[in-house]
Each structure stands twice: as C-alpha cells, then as structure tokens.
Design a protein around this ligand. Structure first.
Ligand code: RB5
Length: 142
C-alpha cells in the first residue's frame, strides 16, 4: 500500500518517526515534506498530499502539525478528502471505522511519539464499517 505523508515544522520529527515505522512494516511511503524543522506554512504541504490522495497517486495519507487543526482544515477543502484529527488510539480506530478517513491527522505537540505510532498502526489496521456510516458520508459533500 502506498501512503503519502506530510508535516509542517512542528510535525517534522514525528513525520520521520512515523515514516520509519511505515517503511519498517513494508509500506511504500511518499514524503511530501517539509524536510527540515525550519518554520514553514502547513498549507504548502497539506495541499500536495490532498491532491495526491484525490488523484489516487497514494491510497491514504498522514498529516502532522502542532495541533493538527491547520492540516485538517486545509485538507478538508479538497474534494474526496476526509481528513480526521485524532489524539488517542480509540479515536484513530473510530475515524476509520465510522468516518472512513482517508487522511489521518496527528497533533504532534499534544501526543507522545509512541502514541503517534500506535495511532497510525490502529488506523491502518481498522476497516470502514460501511452501512449507516456510508449513508452519512454520502451526505457530507455540498
Ligand atoms: C505551528 O506553530 C502551528 O501553528 C502549526 O503546526 C499548527 O498547529 C497549526 O494549526
């Protein structure tokens, strides 16, 4: 499975950790930056990741910034993107099972490194439940 990943400076370290985990597990990872801890603007990276997911160039995405909100707000402007912010394993599970989030957003400044990896693992291993949740998703787009 091909997974896209991006962060701003606040998520840069966590992005490296999550990328190592994914590569170690045999996932194909496409890194959309940022590639240093220098201050930068999260939309510059969020838009690239969202376009890649929308176009089917990568199957899913992971986005990381300080709070997660800048990334989530930007990503959710894109058609076909359901970017879900989560900060514990239960939320990472439910954002996939109920919301079929195709991008998981992590708030690096509010979770541990270990939690970030545990959440990514849970989100990737969880299946979308469909049924009533699909009906609700079908009502999202304006
Ligand atoms: C960067 O300082 C911070 O504003 C950013 O990472 C993110 O939290 C924005 O939503």
């Amino acid at each position: 499975m091909k997974i896209g990943i991006c962060s701003d400076h606040a998520g840069f370290e966590y992005k490296s950790i999550v990328m190592s985990y994914l590569l170690n597990k045999g996932y194909d990872v496409v890194n959309f930056g940022t590639d240093s801890p220098e201050s930068c603007d999260y939309p510059d990276y969020a838009h690239q990741l969202a376009q890649a997911v929308s176009a089917g160039e990568v199957e899913k995405g992971i986005a990381i910034c300080g709070t997660g909100n800048g990334m989530a707000i930007t990503l959710n402007h894109h058609k076909d993107i359901r970017a879900g912010l989560a900060w514990n394993v239960n939320l990472a599970h439910l954002v996939k099972e109920h919301n079929d989030a195709n991008i998981l957003v992590l708030p690096a400044r509010f979770i541990s490194r270990r939690m970030a990896v545990m959440m990514v693992r849970e989100w990737l291993l969880t299946a979308f439940a469909g049924g009533r949740h699909q009906r609700r998703i079908d009502k999202i787009t304006l």
